[in-house]
Design a protein around this ligand. Structure first.
Ligand code: C2O
Ligand code: CU
Length: 457
């Protein structure tokens, strides 16, 4: 085929007149500014920061054992990095500035390339100035599929978030370093969204079986989740299958960064609504609803099987050392003193620097790791929460098992909620070499002192 000069001119002209859009190839993850309708219809759109133009960022969905390759392109006005939350990842790909990589400057890029060993529900989010960047919308789902998944009619990812919006302009209020938030429960929003939308609804059929992948992307809010018009089980927590699915009877907590995979059956009939509900002190409100249609004659399934297990290490508690991590500070239990590097400062001096919390006496990530352990060794971490607030403690690069009241091993998790005054032990095999962050996932708490790390060599 030949192309005439006239056609050629015509087409190049057409090309040059095309609006310049960022042609993101599949393997690019562009961190950028964008606009989205976050507040209810009738309010203005909200300027957000996003991966690829919308919040949540595009879903990354791969088979277990696959490689994920993404070139992070930073089109933000701030340096950034991406952390792949919950993935037992190669340390160099973990996305922690100053510990596993340098920040990615505006206009620069970074190639993330890693294997995903475990099936389950994970997520990715910014890990530089995360208190601000995650609040602006820099997060997305990372779903790793089982080779043979459960028999369900729909597989829905629901990312929960709360936003602090100006009630007039619907702009994100930029008081990220608000000392009151930092020293109390963290930054709580005034509008709750699921998948970046206020009160979204999803079409379902009566008697359908759904897999719901709940991910809490909020800065600080602990959701207390329950079901209405649905009956179901928790089949996985923080990506990891439960050996025995847990029937959802009342409500269950979902702390920042935590995930819960549910398998639910739609009980509601056509024309009725079913919903995921958040229980709050002053009542309950719907997070997302399901518009039910179809005939009720469908045969509902009755049996529920556990998800196929991931290949996790064996933990033998016997003789495993216990390492205590004391959590101190915050409103009502103000720090008397704590260290920044080698310098001990008074609580008052620390507060002036925006530091309100301490882990084992340090009000920022210390130079030396909290733990320095041999590859393959087994450890217990005892979180002692001496503060007046709950904290969601997250360990990078590993999952740990909760040690239950009776001393037996509970579910695998990567983020554990430690209630005020509570002492909670977890156990892990340090089987992933590198430098790993350990911090509170109430992001304002992490920014104002609750940050530590451990080293596996
Ligand atoms: Cu979800 Cu250190 O992060
Ligand atoms: Cu905290």
């Amino acid at each position: 085929m030949t192309i005439s000069r006239r056609q050629f001119l015509h087409s190049t002209l057409a090309l040059s007149m095309m609006p310049r859009v960022a042609m993101a190839s599949d393997s690019e993850l562009v961190a950028q500014t964008s606009m989205q309708q976050i507040a209810p219809q009738g309010y203005p759109e909200t300027p957000i920061w996003s991966y690829g133009g919308g919040v949540p960022g595009s879903e990354i969905r791969v088979p277990q054992g696959a490689r994920v390759r993404r070139k992070l392109v930073n089109r933000l006005p701030q340096p950034t990095t991406v952390h792949w939350h919950g993935i037992r990842i190669d340390n160099a790909m973990d996305g922690v500035p100053g510990l596993t990589q340098e920040v990615v400057q505006p206009k620069a890029s970074f190639n993330y390339d890693f294997e995903v060993p475990d099936a389950g529900t994970y997520w990715y989010h910014a890990h530089n100035q995360s208190m601000e960047q995650v609040a602006r919308g820099l997060y997305g789902p990372l779903i790793v599929e089982e080779a043979s998944g459960p028999d369900v009619d729909q597989d829905l990812t629901l990312m929960l978030d709360d936003w602090r919006l100006d009630p007039e302009s619907a702009e994100i209020s930029d008081d990220f370093d608000n000392g009151h938030d930092l020293s109390h429960a963290g930054r709580l929003g005034n509008l709750v969204t699921v998948n970046g939308k206020f009160d979204p609804s999803y079409p379902v059929q009566t008697s359908e079986r759904l897999r719901l992948r709940l991910i809490n992307a909020a800065n600080a809010r602990v959701f207390d989740v329950t079901l209405d018009g649905l009956a179901g089980w928790i089949v996985a927590l923080d990506g990891m299958p439960l050996e025995v699915p847990l029937r959802v009877k009342n409500s269950f907590p979902l702390a920042p960064a935590q995930r819960a995979d549910l398998i639910v059956d739609v009980l509601a009939n056509s024309g009725q609504a079913a919903s995921i509900v958040s229980v709050e002190r002053d009542g309950a409100y719907g997070l997302a609803k399901f518009e039910v249609s179809g005939v009720p004659s469908r045969v509902a399934r009755t049996k529920i099987d556990p998800l196929p297990a991931n290949r996790m290490p064996e933990i033998t508690l016997k003789d495993s050392p216990v390492h205590r991590m004391t959590m101190q500070g915050g409103a009502m239990r103000w720090l008397e003193s704590a260290n920044l590097g080698d310098t001990e400062l008074s609580g008052r001096e620390l507060a002036q620097l925006g530091r309100f919390w301490a882990l084992n006496g340090y009000a920022e990530r210390p130079d030396d790791p909290f733990l320095d352990v041999r590859l393959g060794s087994v450890h217990r971490i005892e979180f002692a929460n001496e503060t007046a607030f709950p904290h969601a403690m997250h360990l990078h690069g590993h999952h740990f098992r909760i040690i239950l009241q009776d001393g037996t091993l509970g579910p695998w998790r990567d983020t554990v909620l430690v209630e005020r005054g509570q002492v909670r032990q977890v156990a892990l095999v340090a089987d992933n070499p590198g430098n790993w962050l350990l911090h509170c996932h109430m992001l304002g708490h992490a920014a104002s002192g609750m940050m530590s790390w451990f080293r596996v060599t």
